[in-house]
Design a protein. Sequence first.
Length: 302
Amino acid sequence: MNKKRLPPLNWLRSFEASARHLSFTLAAAELNLTQAAISQQVKGLEGQLGMALFKRLPRGLELTDSGRAYLPPVRDSIERLAAVTDEIFGQGRAKSLTIKVNLVFFTLWLAPRLERFRALHPEVGLRFSSNIWVDETKWDADLEIRYGEGVWPGLSADRLTWDELVPVCSPQLLDAKAPPLSPLDLSEQTLLHVIGYKEGWSYWLNQTGFGQADTAPGIQFDTLISALEMATRGHGIALGRSSLVADMIESGRLIAPFPQRIATQEAFHLTYPSHQYLHPHAEAFRSWIVSEAQQTGTALAG
């Protein structure tokens, strides 16, 4: 592109703010300029582009088709420039990396491994929050670990687990009962259900040929970590994911009473906006966790 055709940054900022507010007055207040200055800069931009960006209405503004098409790349460029400027010259280097994470994944998979990341990147501050029952259309973190099939509009996703569904329980159930010997005995057991998972007990039973078992008796939970905790205390049989229960089985807190295992289609994924600048700290965490996931998946497969 001819450099002479690149509009001045202040014109672009005035356009972006005006388009966001659909008001020259509100854009002027945000940018600490006069309404006349904002209007003049937008006119200058339209003159250079040779195209109207707004329809001037009696009570505000409306974007033209050209304005609507031009806004996303202008907004993205300004956000990227602001982020890089803050990173290099501002306080971006001291900013904590905010990660939303599924509670069971954090407790059983991520927490035991975090020491390795912190040893590699002691300069990165970390802030974790739970994403239980959050609005998936709202993005307010640098990275988020979600459970599902890996497709979310506007997000890129790196798969972190390749699981098998495996029923687990305590070596001894309440009232000194022994664990069931066959899936045929599950109708007489307390099943620990987790809402929100597509691949639950009915799915496992149908896939293994035991769909006739009655899954109605049981207890429901909104998190897998709660179901697994109840399982360790002998309250019933939970349907675990192999990457999460491997250590609990190895330590003897849980056993897998049946040989039948079913590969999952759902998995835990690291997600982040597809078309947004990724801070170097976020990129460092992404590179590390994907490597850990690959190593863990190889170890489990072996």
